[in-house]
Design a protein around this ligand. Sequence first.
Ligand code: NAG
Ligand code: NAG
Ligand code: NAG
Ligand code: NAG
Ligand code: NAG
Ligand code: NAG
Length: 348
Amino acid sequence: MDLPDPRRGPCRPLFLVVAASLLACGPRQASGPLFISPDSLTAVERHRNVLALENVPEGVQEYSWYRGAEDSAETMIISFRPPDSKVPGPLYSNLVTVTSKGYLSFRKCTLNDTGNYTVRVDTGNGTQRATGWLEVLELGPPPVISANASSTVENLDSVAAECHTNASHIEWYRNSVPISASQRIAISADGRTLVIRRVSRHDRTLQCVIQRYESFPDILQKSDTVSLTVAYGPEYVSLSTNLKGFDGALTAGIGSQVQLECSCDSDPSPKYHWLHNGSLLSSDANLNFFLDPASPTLACSSASSWLLHLGPLGGVPHLVTSLGCGHLCGILVYGLVKLYLHRRNRAT
Ligand SMILES: *[C@@H]1O[C@H](CO)[C@@H](O)[C@H](O)[C@H]1NC(C)=O
Ligand SMILES: *[C@@H]1O[C@H](CO)[C@@H](O)[C@H](O)[C@H]1NC(C)=O
Ligand SMILES: *[C@@H]1O[C@H](CO)[C@@H](O)[C@H](O)[C@H]1NC(C)=O
Ligand SMILES: *[C@@H]1O[C@H](CO)[C@@H](O)[C@H](O)[C@H]1NC(C)=O
Ligand SMILES: *[C@@H]1O[C@H](CO)[C@@H](O)[C@H](O)[C@H]1NC(C)=O
Ligand SMILES: *[C@@H]1O[C@H](CO)[C@@H](O)[C@H](O)[C@H]1NC(C)=O
């Protein structure tokens, strides 16, 4: 198969475009003296930094980097002959290296790296030098978070958290996701205080994050995570039984076995109290009893009242059943007392 000749025929304009863009992407023709890119002369401690070069001449045979304002042999850090020959100098440390473009790369800057750096660039045809002052900024301590309550009740309590830092740019994270002020969430003007009103069980963790330097938006420092324990429930309270046809009222024959099971969603897990005429019968979720014709005291008194208390908040009459028995049947009635009524009373 014959490939079209790029210099002729319909492919020619395309070829020119490709060639032109390759040239545009390739090394730029030096149009002035070599210098170290000013943007690269500010770094943050414990972070990477690359001293980049501008106006690099063509045909470089060797890049040499020096500590200080001169290119003397004693202060050489490292030299690099493209494509891959690197020679460490007296001031070399394994925290630095040279990139394939001849740039000096610090894996992790320290404050001591602040100072002058000189690069010498040798072409076959001459030598150019450039010096720049690298300023390494202090990172400072990470923020410290505190909260005034770690154990709260859903929809009732508020939590205030404080971010201790001297940085001015503070963000708050809830469940590892950034949050802003909303109906329930207030953030103070200086960003240091967060208040969540009427906490929810979904408010699981809080964290504050600071950006120390505006010019380094990617350098973030995170506080520890504060975990909130939000008590909720009981809710979705349901009563199940072995007897058929349970619909708020229950019919059971004398001589039969009655099994009642209470379930609900609650954190911490609920306490159950089955009361019969005010005396505690059981503290299990389940209550099993036999409607004994020979000892009718429990089941067959005419207006027995059954009361089930449950809930983490203690003593909430939540599920009330009453059993009224003739000789042949028992009737159970249950109703729910909404927990929040109780909480409202508690709150006022
Ligand atoms: C850094 O280099 C500049 C010249 O490039 C010089 O004026 C300055 O004194 C040097 N600073 C130090 C601390 O060596
Ligand atoms: C920084 O320099 C000071 C004095 O020059 C020295 O005491 C200190 O150990 C150095 N720190 C690091 C991390 O190299
Ligand atoms: C060397 O430099 C001279 C002038 O400075 C220039 O004319 C010549 O093309 C250069 N040679 C190379 C190989 O860069
Ligand atoms: C925490 O602070 C908030 C806001 O100041 C307050 O409403 C809440 O009652 C405090 N919680 C506790 C447990 O002190
Ligand atoms: C913050 O504190 C650090 C020392 O922990 C200090 O170096 C820095 O200057 C302080 N920054 C501000 C904005 O106060
Ligand atoms: C339970 O209370 C009712 C009236 O409140 C009473 O008639 C009944 O005898 C009591 N049952 C028992 C077993 O104490």
